[in-house]
Design a protein around this ligand. Structure first.
Ligand SMILES: CC(=O)SCCNC(=O)CCNC(=O)[C@H](O)C(C)(C)COP(=O)(O)OP(=O)(O)OC[C@H]1O[C@@H](n2cnc3c(N)ncnc32)[C@H](O)[C@@H]1OP(=O)(O)O
Ligand SMILES: O=CC(=O)O
Length: 536
């Protein structure tokens, strides 16, 4: 535990010598002093914003549905644009993402041919202390161009001459870093991740003709965006950086943020590098926010695609809003990844990615995400074909005006036994991996991370309680049925992975956490909150 008020301890009884050296390299007295200032100055407002989320949830529960805000009408209707975008963020046609903690993956991502690499400390990272510190080490080495890795077979990895532009996604406002206390309270994880990356790398990034660039997750309102903007201004002053040096792309990945997309861009206009459509968290947010409404229910996860009306409306609104403000509108993550040893299934997966990205570029997106280096050339081809310039910010796309009704439209479709079993299986397997320190994993040939697993567990929670939570064969989804399925799932997992792997893993504790998440009437805001109590 590192207490920023009294003494700064560098000893950690649990840590190996190597890890202690890493901690020393990252948590220097100067860096700690900067972190402390950030937390002291901004934590009260962070807590207020989180309380505001609860208030808003109660209003929604009581029937006050989201709408465009009358008090910010002038922001939506006035003419303004964001500040000019730096050169290395003008062309973002393919962006790869991956956990910042995995050294080999960081090298592979930077070398992948993608234009941007989003190094993720959020949904793709299980925030063990080791992973968080390792992420900062990897990022410093990447920025200083001395990131190397040698695998168990002696294969050596180094960075290419030309690498992707680096953006870092710190953890969201709801998370805390339990290993660091400021005045006795756990430090905001967002400020910890952001502060350390900025402190250690801003000067070198500028020397590299780049800059400190971020992706901001899970924002729910313009006030949360304003808080980030205030953090940026303060940090720039503290570190002697020119105002506007920090740039950030906000993920529009909550239903409430969609209604304030223009306002969020406005708050960050001096620091903005556009918006991104974080589709998986968006679906989760839609489920979460309207969970207590009898008329809102989603069908099988596999049926909530980008072409269902509420998803289509949201992406169109984000593109339109961004382009009006001369900002990039980046697309989201197709869950498919290359499939080994099955050429037919692989071709089908790649075709799905191609179709998804083609839809996005035609819709007006200025770039999009991939989860795997094998997908970079496919997405590159799609964008090269349909987007000859660096971006299509100046292209006006004729969409019908998006209304609140469009953003809230409820999709139709069945809930199947397969869909229910799949949610249970995916969520347990994902939580198992997360408890073991892995935040992104392939499950049934799809990329799964915290956002996708959140959908799976939230659906099961909702289907048990919802009056229309029936399987298409007429059976009501009950606690009893789900309990039986969890038991069967654990047996299936043991049979497929073998006794040894099963016993060495965290399957039983993952099933316990999953049961807590779906059987407790109190809906957990994020699975990573109770999860964090179970990891080091
Ligand atoms: C909803 C959201 O929030 S999306 C954003 C957050 N999610 C992510 O970032 C997920 C990113 N993707 C991944 O983590 C991985 O692709 C996974 C876990 C899904 C699959 O990983 P693996 O099982 O290792 O894939 P696979 O075995 O095919 O890897 C082949 C090679 O590609 C590399 N690779 C795979 N994915 C990535 C990636 N995202 N970035 C860099 N390299 C990668 C592997 O390191 C491996 O390299 P090697 O050949 O040098 O050993
Ligand atoms: O963060 C991205 C998402 O799709 O969720």
């Amino acid at each position: 535990m590192y207490n920023l008020t009294t003494s700064i301890q560098y000893q950690d009884a649990e840590a190996t010598n190597e890890f202690q050296n890493d901690i020393k390299k990252i948590l220097t007295p100067e860096a700690m002093a900067f972190l402390k200032k950030l937390h002291v100055k901004f934590n009260t407002e962070r807590i207020r914003c989180l309380k505001q989320r609860q208030i808003r949830q109660k209003e929604i529960d009581n029937g006050k549905m989201p709408d465009f805000l009358p008090e910010t009408k002038s922001i939506r209707h006035d003419k303004w644009t964001i500040s000019p975008i730096p050169d290395d963020l003008k062309d973002r046609r393919v962006e790869i993402t991956g956990p910042a903690s995995d050294r080999k993956m960081v090298i592979n991502a930077l070398n992948s041919g993608a234009y941007v690499f989003m190094a993720d400390l959020e949904d793709a990272t299980s925030p063990t202390w080791q992973n968080i510190i390792q992420s900062q080490i990897n990022l410093i080495d990447a920025v200083n161009r001395n990131l190397t890795y040698t695998n168990e077979n002696g294969k050596h990895y180094t960075l290419n001459e030309k690498i992707a532009t680096l953006l870092v996604r710190p953890r969201g406002w709801h998370l805390e870093e339990k290993h660091v206390l400021v005045n006795g309270e756990k430090m905001s994880a967002s400020l910890f991740d952001f502060g350390l990356y900025l402190f250690h790398n801003a000067a070198q990034l500028l020397k590299n003709n780049s800059g400190p660039y971020f992706y901001l997750p899970k924002i729910e309102s313009r006030e949360e965006a304003r808080l980030w903007n205030d953090v940026f201004i303060f940090s720039e002053q503290e570190l002697g950086l020119q105002q506007g040096t920090i740039k950030a792309t906000v993920l529009i990945e909550t239903i409430l943020a969609a209604f304030e997309a223009d306002e969020i861009l406005y708050e960050l206009r001096e620091h903005s590098a556009g918006l991104n459509c974080g589709r998986w968290d968006y679906i989760f947010s839609y489920l979460k926010k309207f969970r207590n409404h009898q008329d809102f229910i989603l069908p099988d996860r596999s049926l909530v695609t980008m072409t269902v009306p509420f998803m289509k409306a949201y992406t169109q609104y984000v593109v339109e809003t961004c382009h009006k403000r001369k900002a990039h509108a980046i697309g989201g993550m197709a869950a498919q990844i290359p499939i080994k040893n099955n050429p037919k299934a692989n071709e089908e997966a790649l075709n799905k990615v191609k179709a998804d990205k083609t839809r996005e570029v035609i819709n007006g997106h200025d770039g999009s995400w991939v989860a795997h280096p094998g997908l970079v050339p496919i997405v590159l081809d799609v964008f090269n074909e349909h987007m000859p310039e660096a971006n299509q910010i100046d292209r006006q796309i004729e969409h019908k005006t998006i209304t609140a009704k469009d953003l809230l439209a409820i999709p139709e479709g069945p809930i199947t036994e397969e869909g229910l079993r799949m949610n249970i299986s995916v969520a347990i397997q994902y939580i198992e991996a997360w408890l073991g320190g892995k935040g992104a994993v392939p499950i049934y040939n799809l990329m799964e991370d915290a956002a996708t697993a959140e959908i799976s567990r939230a659906q099961v929670w909702q289907w048990i309680r919802h009056p229309q939570g029936f399987l298409e064969d007429g059976r009501k989804i009950t606690r009893n049925l789900v309990e039986q399925m969890i038991t069967v799932e654990l047996v299936d997992l043991k049979n497929s992975f073998g006794e040894e792997q099963f016993n060495n893993g965290n399957y039983e504790s993952a099933a316990r956490l999953f049961s807590q998440l779906v059987f407790n009437d109190e809906f957990e805001e994020f699975l990573t909150l109770p999860g964090y109590e179970r990891i080091d």
